[in-house]
Design a protein around this ligand. Structure first.
Ligand code: SF4
Length: 608
């Protein structure tokens, strides 16, 4: 078994220098890879207080130790940086093939520094790294950008790029690879701020593993086990396109800018209705689930719209936010977001915010270029997506995110800005799914559904124990979900794989064989990894001036009762927030202010 801690490439765009470095064994043992490497290097290398859109910020693009192998759902990749949306730690996960391709050129990750003096793209091959002129593709959407790079470098090329939104520094611009996005926290704006249009990789398929023989045997067993699992089979058939059937029924489908928990016409957006418009499946490297469901609109005002998606979050972002059940419009808006390079969640919530301002008379048609923003009407929504992506008219203000937009408008509009730490809330209403809500509140990146997804509240998962979704008594479950996700994202494993009976016990020997480190086959050791990552993320945020005051759900959810249109949960509110935070911090080994205590850091080996 050969030690394989991974290499990374440091690329400085200012002076165009590149260096290859290896990850020390101690870092590999404690952080494994992926998200673990991301926070370790970001924490160590980024000076506190830099401008997220300035030359000093760094962008890390990371794959994991299992990427590029034949195992299922392990080739995801992520971007880590200082977020221009939240001013804190950012991690944003993406799919398609890019993570595998990074491993094919024998890098676990890239650290991108500095700023190019004109638009460029990075091109990687087995022979090295070039920084090339991107003048031809600057201004182009993500589809055209990727097609152009494919023409330049051939079929064995995969790309992660930004669209116009990233170039124009929309604070929630995404990085797009194929039709998948690293959507959250504005990682695309960080790329844009560096004049970096794309990273493309041309490579043949081969990865280095510590113990290939053992690994390949385990990967075969993993693939067989997963493909026999019923949860996997359902996910393969539907992706997440039926989740809205469940969440509307539970009264947790945030509607009309988080006032209701159910659409007026919820059945019109059910998975079976999207199924009628499905024209294909897409997915990530070596994953036969191909859970990205492709939809095409064939008639009506959005005829021709064609999107890999929308998946659940994007279905909701373009229906729930504005109380519309027009699925054709949701497909058109989703396609536009992918083309422009926008996070669908923050885009949808920012649009819902604008609709409510219009309803309340706080903005008018003179602010919206004549658009009448009325809940239930999706037409202006599609126009607003374009305006945000291009920073045109009111889109320029909405491109700042709801926190900044409310601060600049004033007049009490912070009540309508639905975010945590500046990151807009996803598609589960916290007043009717409180363990999920407290995951949003405490997540180091802000309101993220997948940072520590509460399958207990939403699907009745009994592990580690069932929850009462209206109760505010489960800080232990929030921590269990968050630590487990952080550990799996060292892989970088797809979040869905955890629901297919594939557990840490199965994963451990694969990590050990990939890294050539027997220590990673020790479950007691692995149990600490997620906790270590989250504590280091917390220290990063504290250093950026964030603390307890940033761990609160939006004011609306704490002061206004939920309306559910007949579903359970009518009148629910978040009412014991302080008590929850006290209990959560205590269980985490943090002070009342949310600062990790010295003994906790010592226990995790990050006391330095
Ligand atoms: S389940 Fe879907 S998102 Fe996850 S790896 Fe497979 S194709 Fe990608």
């Amino acid at each position: 078994m050969a030690l394989n801690t991974g290499r990374f490439l440091r690329i400085n765009l200012t002076d165009r220098k590149t260096t290859t470095e290896s990850v020390p064994e101690s870092v590999a043992a404690d952080f494994i890879g992926g998200r673990g490497y991301g926070i370790r290097y970001l924490y160590d290398e980024l000076a506190p207080g830099v401008d997220p859109l300035g030359e000093q910020n760094k962008l890390l693009m990371l794959s994991g130790p299992l990427a590029g192998t034949s195992a299922i759902a392990v080739s995801r990749w992520m971007a880590c940086t200082l977020s221009p949306l939240t001013g804190g730690y950012a991690r944003s996960v993406c799919g398609a093939d890019f993570g595998a391709w990074l491993r094919f050129v024998d890098y676990d990750f890239l650290i991108i520094e500095g700023k190019a003096d004109k638009p460029v793209y990075i091109h990687l091959t087995e022979d090295g790294c070039q920084i090339l002129d991107a003048g031809e593709i600057w201004g182009k959407d993500t589809k055209k950008t990727q097609a152009w790079l494919g023409e330049q470098h051939g079929k064995k090329t995969r790309t992660a790029c930004i669209g116009p939104a990233g170039e124009k520094l929309v604070r929630y611009a995404a990085i797009v690879s194929d039709r998948r996005t690293a959507g959250r926290c504005g990682t695309g704006a960080v790329m844009g701020s560096k004049n970096l249009k794309a990273v493309s990789i041309t490579a043949s398929r081969a990865v280095h593993l510590g113990d290939p023989e053992t690994y390949n045997k385990l990967a075969k067993e993993q693939a067989k086990m997963i493909q026999e699992n019923d949860g996997y089979k359902h996910h393969k058939e539907w992706g997440t396109t039926t989740t809205q059937d469940i969440t509307n029924d539970l009264g947790i489908y945030p509607t009309s800018n988080f006032r209701y928990g159910k659409l007026v016409d919820d059945k019109k957006v059910y998975g079976a209705v999207y199924r009628e418009m499905r024209t294909g499946n897409m997915g990530c490297y070596a994953c036969p689930a191909r859970c990205g469901k492709v939809h095409t609109v064939t008639s009506g005002p959005y005829a021709g719209a064609h999107s890999e998606g929308p998946e659940y979050e994007s279905i909701w972002a373009f229906t729930g936010s504005i109380d519309s059940s027009d699925i054709e419009a949701s497909i058109a808006a989703d396609e536009l977001c992918d083309d422009l390079g926008l996070d669908t969640i923050s885009t949808g919530v920012s649009i819902g915010f604008a609709y409510e301002l219009f309803e309340k008379g706080l903005i008018s048609t003179s602010d919206t270029d004549g658009l009448e923003l009325r809940f239930g009407d999706p037409a202006p929504m599609v126009d607003l997506v374009k305006k945000i992506g291009m920073r045109e008219g009111i889109g320029d203000q909405l491109a700042e995110g709801t926190m900044r937009a409310a601060a600049s408008i004033g007049q009490g509009t912070d009540l309508f800005a639905i975010h945590v730490k500046g990151l807009e809330l996803p598609a589960y209403e916290p007043r009717g799914a409180k363990t999920q809500g407290y995951n949003y509140a405490t997540a180091s990146i802000g309101a993220s559904h997948c940072y520590g997804y509460s399958g207990q509240d939403i699907f009745g998962s009994p592990i580690p124990k069932p929850t009462d979704r209206f109760a505010e008594d489960y800080p232990d479950v929030v921590i269990f979900n968050q630590n487990g996700t952080a550990f799996k994202e060292t892989g970088i494993n797809c979040t869905f794989s955890g629901t297919w009976g594939w557990t840490q016990t199965h994963l451990a020997p694969m990590l050990a064989a990939a890294r050539g480190m027997e220590k990673l086959n020790d479950n007691a050791h692995l149990d600490t990894v997620g906790d270590r990552i989250i504590n280091l993320e917390r220290l990063f945020n504290l250093r950026e001036g964030k603390g307890r005051n940033d761990d609160y759900l939006p004011k609306r959810l704490r002061t206004e009762p939920l309306m559910t249109r007949g579903a359970a949960g009518e009148g629910q509110m978040v009412s014991r927030h302080d008590e929850f935070l006290d209990n959560y911090y205590e269980l985490r080994g943090w002070s009342k202010e949310g600062v990790p205590l010295p003994e906790k850091l010592k226990e995790l080996g990050i006391g330095d």
